[in-house]
Design a binder for this molecule. Structure first.
Ligand code: COA
Length: 167
């Protein structure tokens, strides 16, 4: 399937919100924020967030948003080779279709083009599917974050993953 990758803007708010809330609802341990935190958020707050230019989306041939993530480069000059990836989510219907790979490939190309060569993210240690996916794209464990969130199940542990794009 061919996908289109682009910056998400304030105009994408309804699709962004639908996918974000679905992710928080289906995978509560995999995100810092919870469904309850965000379900009442005014649309204007989402639009403001999208206006910051850090959200990237992947669209299917019917122009539906099927995956998205935040791409947050460091601003300090000495750390400008680094960027953080957050909120990586693929719609359940699009999981296993190559959408996740397409989003990551485009993100890596954009990072390289902008001079970023180190990508960083946190992933819940129990999230085997995501860990496999990130490992395939060259992410390696660089640390552990205990008590990342206190979920309904208790304290969760995150792994800090780093991908060096220079190789
Ligand atoms: C994590 C995510 C982005 C991966 O995208 P995806 O389309 O599901 O990726 P894939 O289908 O390529 O699966 C990745 C690997 O996990 C394996 N996998 C599939 N289902 C699995 C399961 N239930 N448990 C463990 N591994 C599984 C796949 O076989 C694949 O491994 P392989 O390439 O060796 O065959 C996607 O599942 C997702 O959005 N999950 C919910 C949100 C989330 O956890 N985001 C990450 C936050 S850090």
């Amino acid at each position: 399937m061919s996908f289109r990758y682009r910056l998400l803007t304030a105009d994408d708010q309804p699709a962004f919100r639908a996918l974000r809330l679905l992710g928080l609802q289906l995978y509560p341990e995999n995100f810092l924020s919870s469904y309850d935190d965000e379900v009442g958020t005014p649309a204007e707050e989402d639009r403001e967030r999208l206006s910051r230019g850090v959200s990237r989306g992947l669209f299917d041939p019917q122009d539906r948003l099927v995956a998205m993530t935040a791409f947050i480069p460091e601003t300090a000059k000495r750390a400008s080779h680094r960027a953080y990836i957050g909120g990586f989510i693929v719609h359940p219907d699009a999981q296993g279709t190559g959408a996740a790979q397409a989003l990551m490939r485009n993100l890596i190309a954009e990072a390289r083009d902008s001079g970023v060569w180190q990508l960083e993210l946190h992933v819940n240690e129990t999230n085997t599917r995501a860990r496999k996916f990130y490992a395939k794209h060259g992410f390696r464990e660089a640390g552990t974050l205990p008590n990342s969130i206190i979920s309904d199940k208790g304290p969760e542990t995150d792994l800090f993953l780093v991908c060096d794009l220079r190789g």
